[in-house]
Write a protein of this length. Structure first.
Length: 440
């Protein structure tokens, strides 16, 4: 009987635990594992628990390492996320089994009223089932309430991994100390000199602390998203103010030109009537220059983008940067004007800044191109830069990427020599009436 119970606890329950851990690890990582991978998990775990000593920190470390290997190679995820979720998976299972183990030690004396062997076996089976059910419940709770945010921000992994590993180490130390291989039992095989009520409270508080850590991490990511959105809103406000000021300036110039147009026509007519065709031609050239100032240097079919490009490319020209614009946008379309503004204003600001840092004798250029292909619009901003150092993404490119993701698109960067190419692809469905509300 004892040999059968030991075999059940070590091999049957051990494989159930490793397979359940592997399944939920894949769920946490938002991946899928093939059936043969689970079979390999079972084989490797059977070999490991046959070789390593029963219980203890070594067994748990082997469990974690096996899950990390599965997350990294079977789920094809980065090692930081694999380490974090493997530790989380093992810690939840460890705490759940610890809670049930403490509760079982509290309730076990009541089983002495029945046949010890039958009651003990039944009680062990019930405790094992309760531990598995509690573990599944906790896994499902974590997945439902704490896995809806995006996969780990790599720079914040240690913020949540460190306390989880600390909880794991403390819990394992307490278990090995209190429920280790050397225990004093009474005639009824009940562990004495151990406060099982206190152990139950410690295990329960450990589980509560784990969920508090996950909750705090979720709030950290929410704060990160809110700060990014606030940055976008500030950029939108700044861009909107620029559009308004540019529109006011052009309106005043246009108003003045319209006010004087009759006088200009009168002057030209007088020149022609008096046979002064050369003076009339020179006057028309001056009028053409004034009209050129009122026109937009780049006609994209989007009036808001025309204003923005006129402002930015005008600044570039004043800095002796060669500019070229061959951008055509659908208008109206499901992409908000302000989002086009965020993309182009950040891209052109970066391009101008890159050109300024080039030596005066080097070529300085900015080329803006774009076209519509089916339900997609592709925009490319190419500029010269010094070609030195490792390129790092700043806030501007992060905002561009966020807008691209908002419209289910992508942003890519390519450098070659002294040429820097930024490409933005946006989805602009032509036949959906609801997509604009979904995106907005």
């Amino acid at each position: 009987m004892t040999a059968g119970i030991d075999f059940f606890s070590k091999y049957v329950m051990g494989n159930i635990q490793i397979l359940m851990g592997a399944y939920f690890l894949a769920r946490f990582l938002q991946k899928k594992m093939k059936l043969y991978v689970y079979f390999m998990f079972a084989v490797f775990w059977t070999v490991l628990i046959t070789v390593i000593p029963d219980g203890g920190i070594i067994e748990f470390l082997a469990y974690i390492l096996l899950l990390i290997a599965g997350g990294t190679f079977a789920c094809h995820t980065d090692w930081k996320s694999a380490v974090l979720y493997a530790a989380l998976t093992v810690e939840i299972m460890q705490l759940c089994f610890g809670i049930v183990n403490s509760l079982s030690s509290i309730l076990y004396p009541w089983m002495l009223l029945f046949d010890r062997k039958i009651a003990g076996t039944a009680f062990m089976l019930l405790a094992s089932m309760a531990s598995l059910l509690l573990t599944v419940f906790c896994y499902c709770t974590v997945q439902r309430y704490f896995m809806h945010f995006e996969i780990m921000k790599k720079q914040y992994v240690l913020v949540i991994l460190t306390p989880i590993l600390m909880l794991f180490s403390v819990d394992e130390y307490i278990n090995s100390t209190v429920y280790g291989n050397v225990n004093i039992v009474n005639d009824h095989e009940i562990i004495i000199h151990t406060n099982h009520y206190q152990m139950f409270v410690i295990q329960f508080l450990g589980m509560a602390s784990l969920f508090c850590i996950l909750f705090a991490y979720e709030k950290l990511l929410q704060n990160f998203r809110l700060n990014t959105e606030l940055s976008l809103l500030e950029q939108e406000e700044h861009s909107l103010n620029q559009y308004v000021e540019e529109a006011k300036a052009r309106y005043e110039k246009t108003k003045s030109f319209r006010h004087d147009i009759k006088n200009h026509i009168t002057v030209v007519r007088e020149f022609l009537q008096n046979g002064k065709s050369e003076q009339a031609l020179n006057y028309l050239v001056d009028m053409e220059d004034i009209a050129e100032e009122l026109s937009f240097p780049c006609a994209t079919n989007n009036p808001v983008v025309d204003i923005l490009l006129g402002n930015k490319l005008g600044i570039a020209k004043s800095m002796k940067i060669d500019v070229c614009c061959l951008l055509h946008l659908p208008y109206p379309c499901f992409v908000r004007d302000i989002d086009f503004g965020i993309i182009l204003s950040n891209a052109l600001d970066n391009a101008i800044h890159a050109c300024i840092n080039i030596d005066n004798d080097a070529e300085k250029y900015i080329r803006v191109t774009g076209r519509v292909q089916g339900d997609f619009v592709l925009m490319e901003i190419e500029n010269s830069f010094d070609g030195k150092g490792v390129f790092k993404r700043g806030t501007g490119l992060s905002n561009i990427n966020r807008v691209a993701e908002k419209y289910h698109g992508t942003m890519s960067i390519k450098t070659q020599g002294t040429s820097f190419l930024l490409s933005i692809l946006l989805l602009i469905p032509q036949h959906s009436e609801n997509i604009s509300r979904q995106i907005g």
